[in-house]
Design a protein around this ligand. Structure first.
Ligand SMILES: C[S@@+](CC[C@H](N)C(=O)[O-])C[C@H]1O[C@@H](n2cnc3c(N)ncnc32)[C@H](O)[C@@H]1O
Length: 214
């Protein structure tokens, strides 16, 4: 059995990603370096399903890249739901806004350009988020967690992407680079945080789901 065969089988037995996301995925691969950063079909459908299950009214995303995960999360929101997404790379802004405008759920997405750690301070202090998706700089995951924690509603969720970091979290003896160290520190921090319940899904590059106890 080939892993690729299984991937194809899964993708042909789950919901399609839809026209605007397929176009966004194609354009991401055509016009951007490191297109693998894009969540893609399977993880995108999972994010939408998680939003359906959690039923958040307001979502925060750190790390927009080309907007694929933002639109998947937004698809699961109700009409009056909103998603705030923060991207540090201002060269991506036009591309993201073009694709938001072409999506039927793009009006639910509020894009902020800047360093998430700074932008967070400028967001309405009364806003509470029922779901936060952390997917920006791996070196800064613990910092993001501390910054957003008080703004997550009691009973809300934080989802962190890439928490298995291509398996580098379990490569003993290898020199640890700064990004891997960031993920290792984050995973240890979450494991010992008694304010939350957590589980790591070995999907794609690892997805940690964190529940903030009420
Ligand atoms: C893995 S990509 C995000 C992928 C996207 N969430 C998706 O699934 O399609 C990470 C993004 O985070 C951005 N980023 C890195 N550091 C950041 C920061 N401090 N604040 C905001 N965005 C940041 C990068 O420029 C990059 O576009």
């Amino acid at each position: 059995m080939q892993i690729e065969d299984l991937d194809d089988y899964i993708l042909s037995h789950i919901d399609p990603e839809g026209e605007s996301l397929a176009r966004l995925d194609r354009d991401t691969h055509l016009f951007h370096l490191r297109p693998r950063m894009c969540s893609g079909h399977l993880q995108g459908r999972l994010l939408k399903m998680l939003v359906r299950m959690i039923a958040p009214k307001r979502i925060l995303e750190l790390g927009t890249f080309t907007g694929y995960s933002a639109l998947c999360l937004a698809e699961g929101l109700p009409e009056d739901g909103e998603l705030h997404t923060i991207e540090i790379d201002d060269e991506l802004e036009d591309f993201i806004r073009t694709h938001l405008s072409q999506s039927p759920v793009g009006n639910r997405v509020h894009l902020h350009i800047g360093d998430a750690r700074e932008v967070l301070k400028r967001l309405d202090p009364d806003h509470r988020f029922d779901l936060v998706f952390i997917d920006a700089n791996k070196r800064q995951y613990s910092e993001y967690y501390d910054l957003v924690f008080d703004r997550v509603s009691p009973g809300g969720f934080i989802i962190a992407d890439n928490t298995l970091w291509d398996g580098k979290v379990v490569e003993p003896g290898k020199k640890i680079d700064a990004q891997t160290q960031g993920i290792l520190d984050f995973n240890d921090k979450i494991a010992s945080d008694t304010r939350v319940e957590k589980v790591i899904l070995p999907l794609r590059d690892g997805l940690t789901i964190i529940y903030k106890k009420p």
